[in-house]
Design a protein around this ligand. Sequence first.
Ligand code: FNR
Length: 382
Amino acid sequence: MIISSPGDYREAARRKLPPFLFQYIDGGAYAETTLGHNVTDWHDVLLRQRVLRDMSDLSLETKLFDETLKLPIVLAPVGLTGMYARRGDVQAARAAASRGVPFTMSTMSICSIEEVAPVIDRPIWFQLYVLRDRGFMRHVLDRAKAAGVKTLVFTVDLPVPGARYRDAHSGMSGPNTGLRRMLQAVTHPAWAWDVGLNGAPHTLGNISAYMGKPTGLADFMGWIGQNFDPSIAWKDLQWIRDVWDGPIIIKGILDPDDARDAVAFGADGIVVSNHGGRQLDGVLSTARALPGIAEAVKGDLTILIDSGIRNGLDVVRALALGADAVMLGRAFVYALAAGGQAGVANLLDLFEKEMRVAMTLTGARTIADIGPDVLVRTKGQE
Ligand code: FNR
């Protein structure tokens, strides 16, 4: 399949992956209303075209937490990344590093921190979910620190799993199903070979000791429901602040009041996110949530955003509405599934090209120039 645009990778991934995995990546919660709005609401953010301003010299570099990024893009934490391509976490991390942007490893990754961190020459970011056993989480944080991780992304919008009906239909979750059984029944030998399954189910590299190796991936979402902690509250975060001396980013903020609480807690950054429409359906798209959040906390901490960002124009739109950088979820995962490391590197190149066109035609020479001036108005605000 010919890849010309970032969006082409979705179809390429669909052709490559076993259906239950593609549906797991592609799907959202409940009726998937928010999932749809996440994508389409970016289209309503209108760019203001400017011309004849000598745009021959652009810079897309930016700085986040003393780290230089060649593009204002970070790869989002995505669980099971190592099942979308062989040692997928390693391939994605290599692609990110080759394009000068950070890779965030999920708590639920297939490869371990120790496997991925040493293969690239910039620190990986690490995403933390809090399991009920805080002692074990402390142990995971110690491992991340020992592997050179500085930036911690603490995801707060999954105290319980959202109802993802596509997973129930595909057999990925629910009674008498489960990921392991799915893997054993895989009918895509080429894919199984590509990811290196060789008949043996993968385990989750960072938490397999906790899950118990024999259990492995028996019932992925069921296990999450039992072991993630719905009692988590701001006051419980203090222990993380106490043990972690690097930047802490709170991921899953969708409301200005929660953003203010993140500032009060002492967070270094937030990710404005609805988890890609995978948690509570019916909530605001991030394109619509961002302006209010930026108004509340811009300048107090670093604002990242994800959900529905599918191309370089969306990145410019997000920065114009107040974000400092974006995270890519599905966009990079589709590219990884379709083309491995080279696919993700090419995706980032396509994003860069699209950003350059958008910056040239909106008169923004640097990332800092991308502000309200590059927008006409957003729909609903006329
Ligand atoms: C995710 N996301 C996620 N987030 C997180 O903090 N830890 C995780 O393990 C995962 N796992 C995960 C798996 C899959 C398959 C997807 C698609 C997403 C959410 C992710 O970090 C990000 O918030 C969304 O993907 C952003 O939305 P888009 O860009 O996918 O629309």
